[in-house]
Design a protein around this ligand. Structure first.
Ligand SMILES: Nc1ncnc2c1ncn2[C@@H]1O[C@H](COP(=O)(O)OP(=O)(O)OP(=O)(O)O)[C@@H](O)[C@H]1O
Ligand SMILES: [Mg+2]
Length: 249
């Protein structure tokens, strides 16, 4: 059986044209393997390339070196649209498509030629505290936090194998954040979906993950979240958790 997802020696060149730029690469020699459904927290200081890595994993950006494989198949042999049904990116700044909220929820299924699951959409809206919304409302008129959750539901309706979540609760209040966390933990349990969740909130990282990927100095280290947060396995982890006092900002 192939691993669900593999990253082999992935690199992204630094786009700075400054010949004196300190590093040729934004990141390089990144390798990781997801062998079974996993909940991964992706952490690291601003500008390390967390969003870029997720965007590359969803083929929204291109790697300069290395390979990505889903269920043993390289991205070079899978059409991007098909890939994105398996590996789906949810951006921090949710972009609404023109039309109503319902149009937005229906459109993605339509684009991917899948039937629209109304009862699942209704259930997810309710679980995320959005059942008060008039689905005929113009999606663009929704608040940032509403758009964020609509965009998450839009992605869940595709039932991807891997969800790439980029600071998806950054514009949400605590109550809504808890609902998103509960929904995703339950979704992982029920559907076996793997998620990689970028967060600057270490408490959130601890709550939602069983593995932690840390981006630092152009590389990626992987830890068990238990070890990383409770009994730091490396001095690096100890320093990282110690110095940030719960927040990476
Ligand atoms: N080839 C490249 N592709 C993307 N970003 C690049 C590249 N080369 C250099 N950069 C710079 O590297 C940084 C990468 O940004 P990115 O959004 O991926 O970081 P991040 O870890 O998600 O940060 P944040 O925590 O603030 O969201 C940016 O400052 C960007 O300008
Ligand atoms: Mg980012």
């Amino acid at each position: 059986m192939s691993a669900i997802f593999q990253i082999h020696n992935l690199a992204k060149l630094n786009w700075s044209t400054d010949a004196n730029a300190l590093n040729k690469y934004l990141f390089s020699q990144i390798s990781a393997e997801i062998a079974e459904p996993t909940r991964i927290a992706l952490i690291g200081a601003s500008g390390q390339g967390k969003s870029t890595l997720l965007r590359i994993m969803a083929l929204l950006d291109t790697p300069d070196e290395g390979d990505l494989l889903v269920n043993g198949k390289s991205f070079q042999h899978i059409p991007a649209r098909q890939w994105r049904m398996t590996v789906t990116y949810v951006a921090q700044q949710a972009v609404m498509l023109p039309g109503s909220i319902e149009d937005n929820l229906r459109m993605v299924s339509k684009l991917h030629g899948q039937p629209y699951d109304v009862s699942l959409a209704t259930e997810l809206l309710e679980q995320l505290g959005l059942d008060y919304l008039d689905l005929g409302k113009v999606a663009e008129d929704c608040s940032g936090g509403e758009k964020q959750r609509i965009s998450l539901i839009r992605s869940l309706l595709l039932r991807p194998e891997i969800l790439l979540l980029d600071e998806i609760t950054a514009s949400l209040d605590i109550n809504s954040t808890q609902k998103v966390e509960a929904l995703l933990l339950n979704w992982h349990k029920q559907q076996g979906t793997t998620f990689i969740w970028v967060t600057h909130d270490l408490e959130q990282a601890r709550r939602i993950s069983n593995r932690t990927w840390m981006m630092d100095k152009g590389g990626l280290q992987e830890y068990s979240s238990d070890a990383f947060f409770n009994e730091p396995v490396a001095n690096l982890a100890k320093r990282f958790v110690g110095s940030t006092e719960g927040s990476l900002h």
